[in-house]
Design a protein around this ligand. Structure first.
Ligand code: NAD
Length: 447
């Protein structure tokens, strides 16, 4: 089957490369000519584990190719749209400019029967709109528009695409349904579950899924604040509730608030969809607000750990990306926390294994170090914002020697509190309050 993928970013490139791996003939199209030129030479412009190899293998095998416009899609029976849908203005509606442009370009290139598949995350009714755009521009074209939202996670995108928990397909006619079955037939081998539904339901499933996961994160973050106040441990608590199958253990790690290319914009967009439909989603409104204030609260937590002021102090920050194993800086909590520290008078030195390149433009005034130890040399405090594996087993004696003051603020709870205290650190983490009884038991000399 010949497939075209319009948009070769995090989603389009991973999806295209994986579909080629399944044996389909795939052309990835992007209007960023320099990106396409790099990809044609096998250079993958983003960091995603396993993607470089998958692209290279399929290029070599002749199943994957690249193009700069829809001419490259000629002969494709399926055309995916995987372009960006960023927030529009301050309000948060999804900006569909790229989607509409892609639809017009597809209309100009359609030959024979084509299934146009929306992989981008789009508001309810966008499928209808794309159908209208294509039908108006190409009245003779025979085509179907399908919704097939993507659920992959950056950092684990290849595995997620190839072994998904489910594939959701919103389709309005049998012909397109059959074609989509053929696209995903290889997944039968992995026992992937395909959920067929209407196009509008499919569009809404993507937003509802992200809002639900974001709500879990916001919930555990609020509970972590309570733990700090009343002497509970949020990690034990998360295990204690997460082992209940009805709740599940994932997305219950307390931290500095969610970020990334999806949760922040998709929760906002869902709020707007609900507002426009006059069916407001109070829980989603609250979680958005809660997450926003969380990031500012983390900056205040760091200032407090530094004795109430960071003016003139040097703060070493490890990890800037919104999560490990990606170079994606979109809506990362560091983009709120670091400027807040700078505004309070701190000099910030940072290290991130893959994110530094994109972070440099987004975080003016930050000094970028070459490694974790170089980052914290002479700093007044160390702050861990992203839990890259490389930060999990630092030589703590070396860390203590390098720091001017042994202050560590661990916003991802990757170190053990008792160990850090025993080593003489002033250690702050998230949601790990201490009950007076446990503290007394651990310190025999305590009053
Ligand atoms: P991205 O910004 O990384 O990639 C989008 C690409 O589309 C860019 O390379 C851009 O140059 C290209 N593009 C824009 N208009 C084009 C056009 N007319 N023709 C050809 N190329 C065009 O975005 P992304 O992170 O891959 O996200 C794409 C969509 O998938 C969004 O709707 C997003 O919400 C959704 N999504 C993203 C993730 C994720 O983890 N990144 C996960 C699930 C869903």
């Amino acid at each position: 089957m010949r497939i075209a993928m319009v948009g070769a970013g995090y989603v389009g490139l991973v999806s295209g490369a994986c579909l080629a791996d399944f044996g389909h003939e795939v052309v990835c199209i992007d209007n960023d000519a320099s990106k396409i030129e790099a990809l044609r030479h096998g250079h993958v412009p983003i960091f995603e584990p396993g993607l470089q190899e998958t692209v290279a293998n399929n290029l070599r095998a002749g199943r994957l190719s690249f193009g700069v416009d829809l001419n490259a899609a000629r002969g494709a029976s399926v055309i995916f749209i995987a372009v960006g849908t960023p927030p529009r203005g301050e309000e948060g509606h999804a900006d569909l400019t790229f989607v509409h442009a892609a639809a017009r370009e597809i209309a100009a290139a359609i030959e024979g029967y084509v299934v146009v598949v929306m992989k981008s995350t789009v508001p309810v009714g966008t499928g209808d709109e794309v159908e209208r755009i294509i039908a108006e521009a190409a009245p003779r074209a025979r085509f179907s528009v399908v919704s097939n939202p993507e659920f992959l996670r950056e950092g684990a995108a290849i595995d997620d695409f190839k072994q998904p928990d489910r594939v959701v397909i919103g389709v309005e006619d049998d012909e397109a349904r059959q074609v989509m079955n053929d696209v995903y037939r290889p997944l039968d081998l992995n026992q992937g579950a395909i959920v067929f539904t209407s196009r509008r339901t499919s569009e809404l499933i993507k937003y509802a899924a992200n809002a639900y996961l974001a709500m879990k994160v916001a919930f555990i973050n609020e509970i972590s604040d309570l733990c700090e106040k009343v002497g509970g441990d949020v990690q034990d608590l998360a295990r204690g509730i997460g082992l209940d199958n009805r709740i599940g253990q994932k997305f219950l790690n307390a931290g500095p608030g969610f970020g990334g290319s999806c949760f922040p914009k998709d929760t906002l967009a869902l709020m707007k969809i609900a507002e426009d439909a006059k069916s407001p989603l109070r829980l989603v409104e609250t979680l958005v607000e809660s997450n926003e204030s969380r990031k500012h609260a983390m900056a205040r937590k760091i200032v407090k750990a530094c004795g109430g002021s960071v003016k003139g102090k040097t703060i070493a920050v490890l990890g800037l990306t919104f999560k490990p194993n990606t170079d994606d800086m979109r809506s990362a909590p560091s983009l709120t926390i670091v400027p807040a520290l700078q505004a309070a008078g701190a000099k910030v030195v940072a290290f991130d294994p893959e994110g530094a390149k994109s972070a440099k433009d987004l975080l003016p005034g930050v000094i970028f170090a070459d490694g974790p130890y170089a980052c914290l040399e002479g700093a007044d405090a160390l702050v861990i914002i992203t839990e890259w594996d490389a930060f999990r087993a630092l030589d703590l004696t070396r860390v203590k020697k390098a720091l001017r003051q042994p202050i560590v603020v661990d916003l991802r709870n990757i170190y053990r509190r008792d160990e850090m205290l025993a080593l003489g650190f002033h250690y702050e983490s998230v949601g790990r309050g201490h009950s007076p009884k446990t503290a007394a038991a651990r310190t025999p000399t305590a009053a």
